[in-house]
Design a binder for this molecule. Structure first.
Ligand SMILES: [Fe+2]
Ligand SMILES: [Fe+2]
Length: 269
């Protein structure tokens, strides 16, 4: 696919802002001195595991024809690069604070995800072939809700942590997550606007198949624990409604409820 003028402008935009999160000015001794609480260790392990699995999503996304539109290729490349370093720097922080992740962590987590992955590998290509014109909107809508949830998670962790280095890392990661969310959300909206079939499919698959970030590799108890640490009772309902309401502004997803029923059922609200 050859890039057009608008595409070239988009590509330039991604390249000019994309970077590995900067940690060159960080005093890791400060992190060591402050240490991490047990809850923070749990959250960072969860986040680091999720970040390290981004490559699996990339593999799914690359099955779509639009992945080869030059501006989409540029975004996906920079996105994956940024996500990789989120996991990397969080793992580094844990190691500095005396709680290193196991050497073969990524392999172990990927192994856990195998059943899910098998399902994805078996059905996603089939569905995306049958609905090749509608499926990209589905993926991008899933991406939008996952990026928004992740963003809110980092924002809350930044607010509550006493570790100054974790605060800085959350702040810098959140800036990139905000851009990721905007890309997924805006591109999902464009594609949903273009096709009534995409609107229908996105709604059905989200309602039928969506689970929160990390639920494919973590147990329901772990998902619930993460949620209750990051979003304590007084703010939890507000957060889930905010995310559902935002998704509900996408064409075809009006009034959709995903986060609220999931966490209500899990007993976390
Ligand atoms: Fe990330
Ligand atoms: Fe992200």
């Amino acid at each position: 696919m050859k890039p057009d003028i608008a595409d070239i402008a988009d590509i330039e935009k991604y390249i000019s802002v994309s970077a590995r999160i900067d940690t060159s000015d960080i005093d890791w001794n400060q992190a060591r001195e402050s240490g991490l609480t047990d809850d923070e260790k749990f959250v960072l392990t969860y986040f680091s595991d999720v970040e390290s699995q981004t490559i699996r999503y990339l593999r799914m996304l690359l099955q779509m024809k639009i992945a080869f539109k030059p501006s989409v290729t540029a975004f996906l490349t920079t996105w994956n690069y940024e996500e990789f370093f989120h996991g990397y720097e969080l793992a580094r922080l844990m190691a500095v604070c005396g709680s290193p992740l196991e050497q073969d962590r990524i392999e172990k987590v990927t192994h856990k995800a195998r059943f899910n992955e098998w399902l994805e590998a078996a059905f996603a290509p089939l569905l995306s072939r049958i609905f090749s014109n509608q499926f990209p909107a589905v993926y991008l809508s899933f991406g939008a809700i996952q990026e928004m949830t992740t963003l809110r998670g980092y924002e809350h962790l930044r607010r509550y942590t006493r570790n100054p280095v974790l605060k800085i890392l959350c702040d810098r990661i959140a800036k990139q997550e905000r851009r990721h969310f905007a890309w997924y959300f805006n591109h999902a909206r464009e594609l949903l606007m273009e096709s009534s079939g995409a609107r229908l499919l996105a709604r059905k698959l989200l309602e039928f198949n969506w689970v929160p970030v990390g639920a494919g590799i973590k147990s329901p108890e772990e998902v619930k624990r993460l949620f209750s640490i990051l979003f304590p009772a007084e703010s939890a309902r507000k957060i889930v409604r905010e995310i559902d309401d935002k998704m509900g502004t996408l064409p075809g997803l009006e009034g959709i409820k995903l986060m609220e029923p999931y966490f209500e059922k899990a007993g976390a609200l």
